[in-house]
Design a protein around this ligand. Structure first.
Ligand code: NDP
Length: 281
């Protein structure tokens, strides 16, 4: 049976570490502040924003919530971001995605000051990640590195296959695994003989966005399998991109859904925010 990589436990440990450090900063009169902007009332976004606020409360950050109406004009949103960029009280700025269709996400992300871009989506941060400079790293891939390290899984020298090449998961994941000295292959919808490629993986990271896509035929025996996907099935049960029940018996280690990668994303957001505050001095 595979080791179950416990994202709930590891994320709780990380949040507790952040809480302690935040308390130490507070003693020196320094407060950490995250500004969260939501445009419109997408129910899933509201849940994510609510969870981020709760995490801020838990670790001791101040959170500023900006709930803007669906019909907000782009210029108004950009003005708010500029104001937060210039505010010395604000350490991190997060704009909850997706945005309503009339707003250009690229322009919005490009407007956030890179040193406050705690989601790690700004081109300056993604570029710095690839050239090995100090940057904010996208929270989900950063969380996966923590999961692997804190579970004691060796990355260096391992064959790592990532399925998915999105800007927020697949690509930064590839950069991070390279930095950790894995041999990295990135697959996507045009990859041929996907099973042959994924079966080479010592560490298989799946971010496709299709429920139960990765069955046991895609997995080498003993491999570590990281499932980024998250889907709500009918009956409200959550599942990932990996067919957990059939892959678990052959994997060496595996993340469950829920309770694997998901909780790490918010923990790493808190970590980036604390880092932003510390860098500011
Ligand atoms: P995207 O839809 O942006 O990217 C999906 C990727 O999968 C694309 O690169 C696509 O290839 C590739 N793909 C699609 N179909 C296939 C296929 N049949 N074979 C091989 N590759 C394929 O998704 P995200 O990266 O944003 O998210 C992936 C999943 O992770 C989603 O379920 C999302 O909800 C979840 N997620 C979870 C997070 C968490 O905190 N747990 C955070 C972020 C995402 P191509 O580029 O060629 O189109």
């Amino acid at each position: 049976m595979a080791i179950r990589i416990d994202g709930k436990l590891i994320s709780a440990q990380i949040k507790d570490e952040i809480k302690e450090e935040t308390a130490r900063l507070k003693e020196k009169g320094r407060e950490v502040t995250l500004a969260v902007i939501q445009v419109g009332e997408d129910p899933a976004s509201s849940v994510y924003v609510g969870n981020k606020k709760k995490a801020c409360e838990y670790v001791g950050f101040r959170s500023l919530a900006y709930e803007l109406p669906e019909e907000t004009k782009e210029v108004e949103l950009l003005e708010l971001i500029q104001k937060l960029n210039e505010s010395s009280d604000v350490d991190g700025i997060l704009v909850q995605l997706p945005l309503p269709k009339h707003l250009n996400e690229d322009t919005v992300i490009a407007t956030i000051a890179p040193e406050k871009d705690v989601d790690g989506f700004h081109a300056v941060n993604t570029g710095n990640l690839w050239i090995g400079k100090e940057c904010f790293v996208s929270c989900t891939p950063a969380g996966i590195i923590e999961l692997l390290k804190r579970t004691g899984i060796t990355i260096e020298g391992k064959e790592c296959v990532i399925v998915g090449r999105s800007n927020i998961v697949g690509k930064p994941m590839a950069a991070l695994m390279l930095k950790e000295n894995a041999t990295v292959t990135v697959c996507h919808s045009r990859t041929q003989s996907l099973k042959d490629v994924t079966k080479r993986a010592d560490i298989l990271i799946v971010a496709i966005g299709k429920p139960h896509f990765i069955t046991k035929e895609y997995v080498k025996e003993g491999a570590t399998v990281i499932d980024v996907g998250i889907h709500r099935l009918e009956g409200k049960k959550l599942c990932g991109d990996v067919a957990f029940d059939e892959v678990e018996p052959i994997a060496g280690a595996i993340t469950p859904v829920p309770g694997g990668v998901g909780p790490m994303t918010i923990a790493m957001l808190m970590n980036n925010c604390l880092e932003a505050a510390k860098r500011k001095g």
